[in-house]
Each structure stands twice: as structure tokens, then as C-alpha cells.
Write a protein that binds this ligand. Structure first.
Ligand SMILES: [Zn+2]
Length: 135
């Protein structure tokens, strides 16, 4: 289920409702009064603006401890990306660089321990099995 945090008088929210309606997609509507700045809404969208789509409240990568994954949901990151917000690209870059640095740190440790073959095999198995199995 996709949740739309919106305000009935917001033209951007209306546009989202129209597009989803055009494609026959169900939306759970939650009226959000942005001036009230509800704490649970700010956890989903720290900027506190509507419309906000909540597709999935999980982080981008549950096994990642980068700032983007610790602080923001994948729904919010998607919103930033779709909205062409530069913050979305910066957070995704932060996650990607953190992933590569962590990967190389693990490879270096495995080489030093003489266990690189098993480490690489384990990584390849994790990557082949998909992103949600890496938690
Ligand atoms: Zn991350």
C-alpha cells in the first residue's frame, strides 16, 4: 500500500491523487497539516512538506550504517530523487561511497587474514541473492 500524506487544498497533492487515479492505483490518504509539524510525519519527511508518498518506511539498505540509511527512509529518498532535489543525489552518493569504502575495508581485512577467497565467495552469493537478503 502506498500512503499519500497530503493536504486537500494543496495543488501538488491534488496532482498526485489525479495521476494515481489515472493509473488505477490505490492510495491511503492521510491529511497532513504541515503547520502542526507532527513528529511521526517529520520522521518520514524531515522537511515537513506535502505531498509525501510513503511506499516503504525501511531504510535504503538495512545492513548499511551510513548517515543516509540511518536517518532517512527509502520512501523519502525516492521522493527526493523523483522531485529532482539535489539532497537526494547527495544522500545516494553518500550511501554508494560508504558502501564501496566498507566493501574495500572488508576485502583488505580478508586479504590480511588470508580468507579472501571465502570472503569473496560469500559476497558474491549475497549479491546474487538480492538486496533484501543482505540484512
Ligand atoms: Zn547506506
Amino acid at each position: 500500500m502506498i500512503t499519500l500524506f497530503q493536504h486537500p487544498f494543496c495543488p501538488h497533492s491534488r496532482f498526485v491523487r489525479l495521476v494515481f487515479g489515472e493509473y488505477g492505483l490505490d492510495l491511503k490518504l492521510v491529511e497532513e497539516r504541515v503547520w502542526e509539524r507532527r513528529e511521526d510525519f517529520l520522521k518520514i519527511n524531515p522537511v515537513g512538506k506535502v505531498p509525501t508518498l510513503l511506499i516503504d518506511g525501511r531504510p535504503l539498505d538495512e545492513s548499511c550504517d551510513c548517515a543516509a540509511c540511518r536517518r532517512f527512509s527509502r520512501a523519502y529518498l525516492r521522493h527526493l530523487y523523483v522531485s529532482d532535489e539535489i539532497l537526494g543525489l547527495r544522500l545516494l552518493s553518500l550511501h554508494n561511497v560508504h558502501f564501496l569504502v566498507s566493501l574495500m575495508r572488508g576485502a583488505r581485512a580478508a586479504i590480511q587474514a588470508g580468507t579472501f577467497d571465502s570472503w569473496a565467495s560469500e559476497w558474491l552469493d549475497r549479491l546474487a541473492s538480492g538486496p533484501d537478503s543482505q540484512t
